[in-house]
Design a protein around this ligand. Structure first.
Ligand SMILES: [Ca+2]
Length: 583
């Protein structure tokens, strides 16, 4: 029924032009690894978030709102309104962090309806064309690559002295990273106010995710209140977000656009550190299929939106609901897309305090550290019921900590939820083997960078792992737009570091924070295999930063795999970084 409705909506494309007043500015603030319990208003006994607590008091709060248990799948679900395993961005590493190219994204929908669109901060759905944020609908992009500033690609970036990309130009700032994202967002929104364009602003923070580097003044608030200094830093990072939100709210007031701006505040997955102090009674944390992994904050405020009094709604809702909600609320026309939304519009819940919102089941799942697997940390949410994995059933109302599996007492409910899951799995199962490729040989970038994060079904996505260097690697799934001769450079370290193949890594970030320099390899050669064939080998220049190989590549999909070798020809490790250029 819902899919039919999607087709009808597509058919109405552009027939209704809503009045300008119905089109508020929209700001989505998305925090990284803050959990539901990491707010004082949700009961945290140590952390103080007075400004976000105030936003809570002014908002419609969805208290039964679910995201994916880790970063990338939540981001893809937010951007597409589709489940992670359907849009294909299902995991951080393992070559599975890219969305299908034939699905419409949230910024594309806003742009198609006359909005300016801007991303500030963490994208985490691909760093090369055609997956960069500017390729997926954002007209203004101030960002970093990878999952964060200590990801395999950013490597030596620094929270206090931030290297960032202004579109694709590398710039440096002495501002703390989260402050920078908010500053750049407000600068850009100022410009949109000048030109009277409605805007969609996605402030996607890389905090409070690890590494836990908070500002000294924020750390000082908590260092004597908790035993673990990392928890003190984690709370310090959230306190910084609270202050930045307050700056934004003040700015909205000064610009006299607060009433006509819809704000969503949400987090991307369960807490990564706060559960040691407070977890709102939930079982599990980031990465878990239990409630603590995926129940999230969702505050929505739109003063002129006729939402009625601020209130809490326990209707089961999901991160894929946001895009269909915007389409419904603002009567957006919807560009062509490959799939109808998995999410449902929350308009009725937002707009009708007396409404009943019907019955719905939703799925929480991500792709594991290696490959998507049936029932892997999955959860079917149905009101207060949770089906975890294949057959554990919990009643969250009676058992919020998910201690008592009641599947044997409620076999019919268990079977009904399992059937719902199995229908979902049947709808994505055929495409599980498909990995969205990295595209090479196009005209939009001079070369394409590959990293160990793109190794298919290998879990290798951060600075620390690259420093240790303990992996023989995996394949890169690529798609060549053009046939011909390609230059492939293989590097031990990220190319921007211009570091010798045989060196250890840097001992500090660019701002001076100590990091593990890791391991030096006696690399004298590199090799490269295409489509699993016999590898070609090339020698490294003494003291050089890469091994350069030239190969013919036919147009279409292929696999590439690279290695480093010592003077005897023995394999030392996989090639952690590759740069591919059409000659
Ligand atoms: Ca996260």
């Amino acid at each position: 029924m819902r899919r039919t409705l999607g087709v009808i909506l597509l058919g109405l494309f552009g027939l209704v032009a809503p009045a300008q007043a119905e089109r508020p500015n929209v700001i989505v603030i998305f925090t990284d690894d803050q959990g539901y319990g990491d707010l004082s208003v949700h009961g945290n006994p140590i952390l103080q978030t007075p400004n976000l607590d105030k936003l809570h008091g002014e908002s419609i709060r969805f208290s039964n709102f679910h995201v994916a248990p880790v970063c990338t799948p939540s981001r893809g679900e937010l951007m597409t309104g589709l489940y992670a395993l359907r849009n294909k961005a299902s995991m951080v590493p393992a070559g599975r962090n890219l969305m299908r190219r034939d699905v419409v994204t949230m910024p594309e929908v806003f742009a198609a309806n006359g909005y300016a669109t801007g991303l500030f901060g963490k994208w985490h759905l691909g760093d090369t064309y055609p997956h960069r944020p500017m390729d997926r609908g954002f007209e203004r992009v101030v960002w970093h690559k990878g999952w964060g500033l200590a990801s395999e690609i950013e490597y030596d970036n620094d929270y206090y002295y931030t290297r960032y990309l202004d579109e694709m130009e590398v710039k440096y700032s002495d501002r703390f990273c989260a402050n920078l994202w908010f500053d750049k967002a407000m600068e850009w929104m100022d410009e949109q106010i000048e030109t009277e364009r409605p805007f969609f602003t996605y402030i996607a923070l890389n905090t409070p995710h690890s590494p836990f580097h908070s500002l000294e003044k924020d750390f000082a608030k908590y260092k004597d209140k908790v035993d673990d200094p990392l928890v003190a830093h984690f709370f310090g990072l959230i306190s910084n977000i609270d202050q930045n939100y307050a700056r934004l709210d003040k700015w909205l007031m000064e610009k006299k656009i607060r009433d006509d701006t819809l704000i969503v505040y949400m987090n991307d997955n369960g807490t990564s550190r706060g559960e040691r102090i407070y977890n709102a009674g939930m079982r599990g944390k980031k990465g878990s299929g239990y409630e603590g992994g995926h129940r999230a904050i969702c505050f929505i405020r739109w003063p002129s939106g006729n939402f009625g009094a601020p209130r809490t709604i326990d209707y089961a809702s999901h991160i894929t609901d946001l895009l269909p909600t915007f389409v419904d609320l603002f009567d957006f026309k919807l560009p062509q897309t490959a799939f109808a939304f998995d999410g449902l519009s929350l308009k009725e819940a937002l707009s009708n305090p007396e409404g009943s919102f019907g019955d719905r089941k939703l799925i929480v799942q991500f792709g594991s550290r290696h490959r998507p697997t049936k029932y892997y940390r999955s959860c079917v949410v149905w009101d207060h019921w949770r089906l975890n994995g294949e057959g554990e059933l919990y009643d969250i109302n009676r058992d919020p900590g998910q201690e008592n599996d009641v599947s044997s007492q409620f076999p019919q409910i268990t079977a009904e939820l399992k059937a719902h899951y199995d229908d979902y799995w049947a709808s994505i199962e055929d495409s599980i083997e498909v990995v969205e490729p990295v595209v090479i040989g196009h005209d939009f970038e001079p070369y394409t960078d590959l990293t160990c994060n793109n190794w298919v079904e290998v879990d290798f996505e951060n600075q620390r792992r690259v420093a240790g260097g303990n992996s023989m690697g995996g394949i890169w799934q690529i798609e060549a737009e053009k046939a011909g001769k390609y230059k492939v450079q293989l590097s031990r370290w990220p190319f921007h570091m211009n570091r010798s193949l045989t060196d250890k890594g840097p001992a500090t970030t660019i701002g001076g924070i100590p990091i593990d320099p890791g391991r030096a390899f006696p690399i004298v050669a590199g090799s490269l295999s295409i489509d699993g064939g016999a590898p070609i080998v090339a020698q490294a220049n003494p003291g050089g930063t890469d091994v350069e190989l030239h190969i013919e590549i036919e147009a279409g999909r292929h696999t590439l795999q690279g290695w480093f070798h010592d003077k005897t020809g023995e394999k030392l490790a996989g090639a952690f970084y590759g740069r591919v250029e059409k000659l």
